[in-house]
Design a protein around this ligand. Structure first.
Ligand SMILES: [Zn+2]
Length: 130
């Protein structure tokens, strides 16, 4: 379905559901920016992910407005984010300082615990001869 967004750009969206639900969703889309404009308005966010002995990787998201700056700092764009590997503590500290001085926030990486599936437990038990 063709949508004219608040920003003036035209986009296409697949909208499903009842007539009422479709009308509601279309109004929401029309009152909002297109995806590109929305992304451009997001403040850049930085995440520092440890790589064990290899150091850390800085992952920067929503960086449309500072792409050239990141590129000049040695970041590379992959998997929908800007990344930079830092191998020493001094490099990490310097990067943290730059991010903070530029007024951006840093999030620390939190490893999510994945629940172990029942099937996996059974396989493990079998392997152990239980
Ligand atoms: Zn737009």
């Amino acid at each position: 379905m063709k949508i004219v967004h608040k920003c003036g750009h035209t986009g296409y969206s697949s909208v499903f559901g009842t007539e009422e639900a479709i009308a509601k969703r279309v109004t929401e889309l029309e009152n909002g920016d297109c995806t590109d404009c929305w992304l451009r308005k997001q403040p850049p966010g930085f995440l520092i992910k440890p790589l064990g002995a290899a150091g850390v990787v800085v992952v920067a998201s929503y960086c449309y407005t500072i792409r050239e700056e990141l590129s000049a700092r040695g970041y590379y764009f992959t998997q929908r984010a800007w990344r930079k590997k830092l191998t020493t503590q001094a490099q990490e500290e310097a990067e943290r300082l730059w991010i903070t001085e530029r007024g951006f926030s840093i999030a620390e990486y939190v490893k999510r615990k994945r629940p172990v599936k029942k099937k996996t437990l059974k396989v493990r038990a079998k392997r152990l001869g239980l």
